[in-house]
Design a protein around this ligand. Structure first.
Ligand code: PLP
Length: 379
């Protein structure tokens, strides 16, 4: 049996241990220290964000971002339906109600029209939504210009869930820096990793100040321990931030590696009828965190689920597209605005192995199997 091909494994630069050793040498084995500050500087430099706060996970970052915006019990937060559950869970942590919005077919991300319909619905009921969470799925920028226009029109702040989109660009600007707040994830399978970690980005200093306060147990200034609100213990470990510093040295290279995976897959598979890809509109640049292919139900002889079970047997990890939140049992009572776009993507899409260290020969092996399956089906 061939060695396992993973969907999106970590890839170290080799410089991580140097920073980890510094943490040990200086005895800053804590969620504070030089690596944390330097990692935040690296994030600002790379993304162009004015401020960054390193946290223990992307989920923690969304939780804190919503708390900074004052989301509280019984508020409404509008969230893209087609996403990983971590985008929506923090809404519930705060006692607020998630309302899910459909995607549009070009970017697969939040549909600006469905967003406006939802906002109007709740504004008419006298219940203006408190925040909007837009996701850049698999690294593809959402239609931000239209979404930001709608959010500003009604005065609702927007959080960019850029957990999958570090290094992606929208009209030349790095994702995570276009919303009122942006969040990143450095989990093991993301574009870079700190083994587990996340960050909040913002151009507004008071937001980051507030986020820092909340993520360190909301301690007030006093000689003793004084608290006037509920906080969290969410800062990133100085040891993990050392991994992050090593990873930031090669982030541009990791993005180009993933983008080259996408091109190779596309060149190979485009010959098969009914297979399509997530295409970049002009001036949208995806980091291609994962390469996802759609098997059109009418035109393709193959289905995503068939191919997945074939690759399971071949020791090759693939993954179905995220199941939309409005179809999840845990959110069965939540409102949903839109049509069938996200459901259709869910039914037809498959994520292919996309690690930044994936070799051309491995992509060749994967594509050859898809082509062979197609041929055997066609008879
Ligand atoms: C990974 C991910 C998160 C959560 O990040 P963690 O660091 O795993 O907590 C949030 N949103 C999306 C879209 C993600 O893919």
């Amino acid at each position: 049996m061939n060695t396992k091909i993973w969907l999106s494994p970590p890839q170290m630069s080799g410089e991580e241990m140097k920073y980890i050793e510094e943490a040990f040498a200086t005895n800053w084995i804590a969620p504070v220290g030089a690596n944390v500050g330097e990692f935040e500087n690296d994030l600002c430099k790379y993304t162009g964000s004015k401020h960054a706060l390193a946290l223990s996970s992307g989920t923690a970052a969304i939780h804190v971002a919503l708390d900074v915006l004052g989301v509280t019990k019984d508020d409404i937060v509008l969230c893209q339906s087609l996403t990983f559950v971590a985008s929506a869970n923090p809404i519930v942590y705060l006692g607020a109600n998630p309302v899910f919005i459909d995607s549009e077919p070009t970017t697969w991300n939040m549909c600006p029209e469905a967003l406006e319909t939802a906002i109007k619905h709740f504004v008419n009921l006298g219940k203006k939504p408190k925040a909007v969470i837009v996701v850049h799925l698999y690294g593809m920028p959402a239609r931000l210009r239209e979404i930001i226009y709608v959010c500003r029109k009604y005065g609702i702040p927007m959080v960019e869930d850029a957990a999958e989109a570090l290094g992606s660009e929208y009209f030349g600007q790095k994702l995570g820096t276009l919303g009122d707040l942006g969040i990143l994830s450095f989990n093991g399978n993301k574009i870079i990793t700190t083994s587990g970690g996340g960050a909040v980005l913002s151009g507004r200093e008071e937001y980051i100040k507030k986020a820092r306060h909340l993520s360190t147990q909301a301690r007030d200034e006093a000689a003793h321990y004084e608290h006037s609100e509920i906080g969290y213990n969410y800062r990133l470990s100085n040891v993990c931030a050392g991994i992050g510093r090593g990873q930031m040295e090669v982030v541009a290279n990791r993005v180009s590696g993933r983008r080259s995976n996408f091109s190779l897959y596309k060149n190979f598979l485009v010959q098969i009828p009914g297979i399509t890809f997530q295409e970049e509109p002009e001036r949208f640049s995806s980091n291609r965190w994962l390469t996802v292919v759609l098997f059109d139900e009418g035109k393709s002889t193959l289905s995503a689920i068939e191919i997945k079970s074939h690759f399971d047997k071949m020791n090759i990890e693939t993954r179905l597209i995220w199941k939309p939140m409005h179809l999840q049992p845990v959110f069965r009572k939540a409102y949903y605005f839109g049509g069938k776009c996200s459901e259709k993507l869910f039914a037809t899409g498959l994520c292919l192995p996309s690690g930044s260290d994936l070799r051309e020969a491995e992509i060749f092996r994967i594509c050859t199997q898809i082509v062979d399956l197609h041929k055997s089906k066609r008879g």
